[in-house]
Design a protein around this ligand. Structure first.
Ligand code: SAM
Length: 199
């Protein structure tokens, strides 16, 4: 499977992660890997991390496994992780994790997915481990551009449980899970990389 948006966002995501992950080792998990195009590049660019993809969608998992096999990076098979569930047990064999990454998932999913990611991150991240989100966010209750406001309206029309999340709302979940916000990077097209660290 191929998502056209991958072509537009992979270079800025890699640049942002390079600034964050330089020298970082250990186990890394992606939540909602989609086609698998991003994680095969992560495994090539950050070979000191052991990358594990995941997605609850079986077709996506087949695509992820095809992309990672094609890249030949030795990346593990995609796991069927539903982030809205209590998924800490699904990664017990690779915990503690040094990184959890999730791109373009929490706004195209019910709020329970954001809650589930933060709650489990608090359990499975190593001290100092990072939880990194990429995507469009609201900040201080406001959209960061008219394009994002329109996107938010379309998402909520498709599903009232979806919609752009506010960095402050995610930070509040992070506090409850024992994480602190460490960074916010402005990315092209009004996207953000938002970084939390396990204390
Ligand atoms: C818009 S796609 C983004 C895929 C990829 N991360 C990217 O940026 O191209 C959203 C992904 O989130 C996954 N997803 C939906 N609900 C989920 C859940 N409850 N837990 C984890 N992933 C979920 C979907 O299957 C889909 O692969």
């Amino acid at each position: 499977m191929h998502f056209a948006v991958y072509e537009r966002n992979i270079a800025p995501i890699l640049a942002g992660l390079t600034a964050l992950l330089d020298g970082r080792t250990g186990n890394a998990l992606e939540i909602g890997s989609g086609t698998g195009q991003h994680i095969k590049d992560f495994a090539q660019h950050f070979p000191n991390l052991n990358w594990t993809p995941s997605d609850p969608d079986a077709d996506h998992r087949r695509s992820i496994d095809a992309w990672t096999a094609h890249a030949g990076t030795g990346t593990g098979k995609a796991r069927a992780i539903d982030a809205a569930a209590d998924w800490a047990g699904d990664v017990a064999d690779i915990a503690p994790l040094n990184l959890i990454f999730s791109a373009n998932v929490i706004h195209i999913a019910p709020w329970a997915v954001a809650e589930g990611i933060l709650a489990a991150a608090g359990k499975v991240l190593a001290p100092g481990g990072l939880l990194v989100f990429y995507g469009p966010f609201r900040e201080g209750g406001q959209h960061t551009g008219e394009g994002n406001a329109e996107f938010d309206r379309r998402l909520r029309a498709d599903n009232p449980a979806w919609g752009l999340r506010d960095v402050d709302e995610i930070a509040a979940l992070a506090t409850r899970a024992g994480l602190v916000q460490r960074d916010l990077m402005v990315m092209p097209a009004n996207n953000r990389i938002v970084v939390f660290a396990k204390t």
